[in-house]
Design a protein around this ligand. Structure first.
Ligand code: TRP
Length: 530
């Protein structure tokens, strides 16, 4: 066999990259989660806070990830391996801290967590920054395992909508139906399997003829579907109340809690913190513009989230329901709403199809992270990696699917987890969600910005960003705003605000601090609530 690495596949152009990355970003987070957390946190006011989080933290961190990927042309583990110095004082300090925490926990006879911390501390000493990449690959497994279960439910609901089985007189009936549906292992696991199969089939085909090709088909379809649904929703009699609710800011509902929710969601929604964008960036050619791509991805992701709210709330209000249904909004309230309007089964089918399309382009990005790691670092063939890990994730996800209702069917795993961690909140599904959303992603985001800001260095990163970005990075923002862009007296080389210098400041100081505060708050070590 030929040992020379095959040349890396690349996106066919900027559009291909933007659509694939936007496909990763736009997912269940936009259509299922964003509307209901907006509903619970003050409507328009929350949207403003969210936009601020996206601009101040989300976009800068996305630039980090894409730049690391493009520069190294590697998966997250390979990218850190290529860029990290041989020994890093910061990594050693963190490793020491974790190790000491482990011993401290032993002193309190917390053997499970203590052992975990000691192992983690030793791993940090051994692998240093590369561990951040490994955390991303692990997050790929954990996120996809529960994400694909929810995506599976949407497949089941498409089926049920087509065969007109979603006839709910009121939300209580819908709730009961949904409860019975997700507890039925044949449905839950069967649909979950179909979803994983679709992801595997696409990723199997590779970057250009798999991921890019399908993103180019599915993203316009998604846009069309959501547009049709918005038109249906806002033309229902009584829809105006929903539009008003959604877009009128109520600042009294904004508190530290909602700001942190907005920040956490900005991360999840933009697929940040686990190297998905490192991986997609690694298939990018050097002639492509990182700034413009990032802005487009962020713009599309936010646009679709806002549009999802406009498709959902007017219809919900028009039929006399409240906005505060929480996570059950999409599977319980909406089918009931559709049942009450003419051609309801048709609209329900379209809606769940939309949800499936959104979930699919995100699911493939999660599988691609895992695949890229095994292809680059372990020299597996792409075909073998997708099939093997598709199957592993199918098994892991099946545990999520089975455990959703209660732990009874998985008593042994529950027993094991309780033995190690003392107590376990929620099902295996919740555990997977909790580990990834509250731990792996925020820590990943924190370390990625620390790494680019302080270890690899913003200087090297900006050198990479400059390729393909014309003189975008170095435009003097103040001069630009003043309309004096090419004025000779405004071309001073020093002490100017450029996109690059602004980004550097955000990445070195603002992002790490904000993410750290949010992280400490979610794990309960810091209580900011008044
Ligand atoms: N961004 C997707 C959503 O909004 C979910 C997702 C896909 C994701 N890939 C990711 C989240 C990587 C974090 C990291 O539904």
């Amino acid at each position: 066999m030929n040992d020379a690495p095959t040349p890396r596949e690349h996106w066919s152009g900027t559009l291909g990259f933007i659509l694939a990355a936007a496909g990763s970003a736009i997912g269940l987070g936009n259509i299922w989660k964003f509307p209901y957390i907006t509903g619970e946190n003050g409507g328009g006011a929350f949207v403003l806070v969210y936009l601020l989080c996206i601009a101040v933290i989300g976009a800068p961190v996305m630039i980090c990830e894409i730049t690391m990927g493009r520069h190294t042309q590697r998966n997250p583990v390979g990218a850190f391996k290529a860029l990290a110095p041989r020994s890093s004082t910061l990594a050693h300090l963190i490793g020491l801290g974790v190790l000491l925490t482990g011993f401290f926990l032993f002193a309190f006879r917390d053997w499970g967590w203590g052992t975990l911390m000691v192992i983690l501390g030793l791993l940090i000493f051994r692998y240093s920054w590369t561990l951040v990449g490994a955390m991303g690959v692990i997050a790929g497994f954990t996120i996809l395992s529960f994400y694909s279960v929810v995506a599976g439910w949407t497949i089941g609901y498409i089926w049920k909508a087509v065969f007109r089985q979603l006839n709910f007189a009121d939300v209580a009936v819908a709730k009961e139906y949904f409860g019975a549906f997700i507890q039925n292992p044949a449905w839950a696991i069967g649909c979950h399997f179909i979803f994983i199969l679709l992801c595997v089939l696409i990723v199997y085909k590779g970057v250009k003829s798999g991921i890019e090709r399908w993103s180019k088909i599915l993203m316009p379809l998604l846009f069309l579907l959501i547009l049709v649904l918005i038109i249906r929703s806002i033309t229902l009699p009584g829809a105006a109340a929903g539009v008003r609710f959604y877009l009128t800011p109520d600042f009294s509902k904004i508190n530290t809690g909602s700001v942190l929710i907005a920040l956490g969601h900005a991360f999840f929604s933009l697929s940040l913190g686990m190297g998905a964008m490192i991986t997609y960036g690694s298939y990018m050619g050097r002639e492509q513009n990182i700034f413009v791509s990032t802005l487009s991805i962020v713009f599309l992701d936010t646009l679709i989230a806002l549009m999802a709210g406009l498709a959902i709330f007017p219809a919900v209000f028009a039929q006399g329901f409240g906005p505060d249904a929480g996570p059950g909004l999409v599977f319980q309230v909406l089918p009931t709403v559709f049942h009450q309007i003419p051609f309801g089964a048709f609209w329900a089918t379209l809606f769940f199809l939309l949800l499936l399309v959104a979930a699919l382009t995100s699911g493939i990005s999660l599988l691609e992270v895992v695949t890229a790691y095994f292809v680059d670092e372990r020299r597996w063939s792409r075909h073998r990696a997708t099939v093997v890990f598709g199957f592993v994730i199918f098994l892991l996800g099946s545990l999520c699917a089975i455990s959703v209702a209660n732990w009874d069917r998985l008593a042994w795993i529950h027993g094991l987890l309780v033995k190690v961690f003392g107590s376990v909140k929620g099902s295996f599904f919740d555990v997977m969600d909790h580990i990834s959303s509250n731990w792996l992603l925020p820590l990943g985001g924190l370390f990625i910005s620390l790494f680019v800001g302080w270890i690899w260095g913003t200087k090297h990163a900006v050198d990479e960003i400059r390729h393909g970005s014309h003189n975008f990075a170095d435009v003097h923002l103040i001069s630009l705003l003043a309309g004096l862009k090419d004025d000779p007296s405004h071309s001073s080389e020093i002490h100017v605000i450029t996109l690059a210098s602004l980004w550097g400041i955000f990445i070195r100081f603002i992002s790490p601090v904000a993410v750290l505060i949010a992280f400490l708050h979610t794990i309960g070590w810091l209580d900011l609530r008044p």
